[in-house]
Design a protein around this ligand. Structure first.
Ligand code: AKB
Length: 323
C-alpha cells in the first residue's frame, strides 16, 4: 500500500499531482506539504507546512506519516535562480539531500524532477541524447545535474530507490509556474483571454521542448510504478512531447482567439537561458524502458488549455457573484 509525502505541493506540478494521487491511492494516503501555509493553497484534504531545509522537521513528518514514497518537488526554477543563485543552490541542493538522507534512514522511495536545464550549450541540440555531455551554464542547471548525481549516489551507496525525469517546459492552467524560462507558454494563454495580445520575453523563433501537465503527471506515476528490473537508468530520464516556438504557439492560439496579437521584447537573461538548452530531448530510453508515450500534441494542448481556463474563469465569476 502506498503512502506518499509531497514537498513543494503548492507549486505547478504539486497542485495537480496531489489531486491525481488522491484519486489513485485515496486521500488519506497522500500528505501534501509546502513551505507556504496550507490555508493559502490546500483546499482538498489534509496538508501541512514543511520547510524541507529543516532536516529535523522533515524527519518528524516522515516518522509521523510513515510514507512509502516521497515526491520531492520543492525547487527554485531557472530564471528565479539567477536572481539569487546562492538561495537557489541552498533550496535545490540542501532540500534534496535532506530528502534522500531521510529516505536512506527510513527505506522510502523518492521521486524528484530534473529538467532540460541539466543540459548546456555544448550538449547536442536536436536531439539531446539520454547520456551525453552535461555542462549547464545556469545555477538551476548546476543543481539539476548535481541532483541527478546525488540520486544515483544514494541509490548505489544506501539502496534508495530514487527515480526522476528530465522535464521540458510544463504547461498547465491549474496553478501558475513561476520563475521559469518556459513560463511564457503558460502566460500567453492568460494574456490571450484577458487582453487578446501578449508581449513575449523570448524571440519568436526560440524553439523549446514542452509537455502538457496531464502527460507529465502520468509520466511521474508510470515511472514510479515501473518494475525496478525494467529500468536501466532509474533516474533522470529524458521525456518530451512537443517542440514549438513562440510564433508557432501564437498561430495555434489564433485558432481559438481570432485576432490574437503577439509582439516580442526579449529579456536578455531568459533568452540566454533558453539559448543554452537543447531544442529537443531524445526520450527513446524512457519509451523503451518503461513504455513512456505522450498523448498531447500542440493543437490538443491548446484546445484543452482554453477549455480549462474558460471553465476556471466561469467558476470564478460564479464564486464572485455569490459573495
Ligand atoms: C524552467 O523554465 O525553469 C522550467 C524547466 C524547463 O525546468 N520550466
Amino acid at each position: 500500500m502506498k503512502r506518499i509525502l509531497i514537498t513543494g505541493a503548492a507549486g505547478q506540478i504539486g497542485t495537480e499531482l496531489a489531486s491525481r494521487l488522491r484519486d489513485r491511492y485515496g486521500p488519506a494516503m497522500i500528505l501534501p506539504t509546502d513551505i507556504r501555509d496550507p490555508a493559502a493553497w490546500a483546499s482538498l484534504g489534509p496538508a501541512e507546512q514543511l520547510d524541507c531545509l529543516d532536516l529535523e522537521a522533515l524527519r518528524e513528518v516522515v516518522r509521523r506519516f510513515g510514507p512509502t514514497d516521497i515526491f520531492h518537488l520543492a525547487a527554485i526554477l531557472s530564471a528565479a535562480a539567477e536572481e539569487n543563485p546562492l538561495r537557489a543552490y541552498q533550496i535545490n541542493m540542501d532540500g534534496l539531500v535532506n530528502v534522500l538522507q531521510v529516505a536512506a534512514e527510513t527505506g522510502c522511495r523518492v521521486f524528484t524532477p530534473s529538467s532540460i536545464a541539466a543540459f548546456g550549450p555544448e550538449t547536442p541540440r536536436d536531439p539531446a541524447p539520454q547520456s551525453t555531455l552535461q555542462r549547464p551554464t545556469t545555477m538551476y542547471g548546476v543543481t539539476k545535474v548535481a541532483g541527478e548525481l546525488l540520486c544515483d549516489y544514494y541509490h548505489a551507496r544506501f539502496g534508495v530507490d530514487a527515480r526522476g525525469l528530465r522535464f521540458p517546459g510544463l504547461i498547465s492552467y491549474t496553478a501558475p509556474p513561476g520563475g521559469g524560462t518556459t513560463d511564457y507558454a503558460v502566460d500567453i494563454f492568460h494574456a490571450a483571454l484577458d487582453q487578446g495580445r501578449y508581449t513575449c520575453f523570448l524571440k519568436p523563433d526560440t524553439r523549446m521542448d514542452m509537455m502538457y501537465m496531464p502527460d507529465a503527471i502520468r509520466a511521474i506515476i508510470e515511472l514510479m510504478e515501473a518494475p525496478a528490473a525494467s529500468l536501466v537508468h532509474r533516474n533522470a530520464f529524458n521525456v518530451t512531447a512537443m517542440h514549438f516556438t513562440p510564433a508557432e504557439l501564437a498561430d495555434a492560439i489564433r485558432d481559438h482567439v481570432p485576432g490574437f496579437e503577439i509582439d516580442y521584447d526579449p529579456d536578455p537573461l531568459r533568452q540566454a537561458i533558453a539559448d543554452s538548452w537543447p531544442e529537443r530531448l531524445d526520450d527513446s530510453e524512457a519509451r523503451e524502458q518503461w513504455g513512456w508515450r505522450h498523448e498531447y500534441e500542440l493543437a490538443d494542448m491548446v484546445a484543452d488549455m482554453f477549455r480549462g481556463l474558460r471553465a476556471h474563469m466561469a467558476q470564478a465569476a460564479v464564486g464572485a457573484a455569490g459573495r
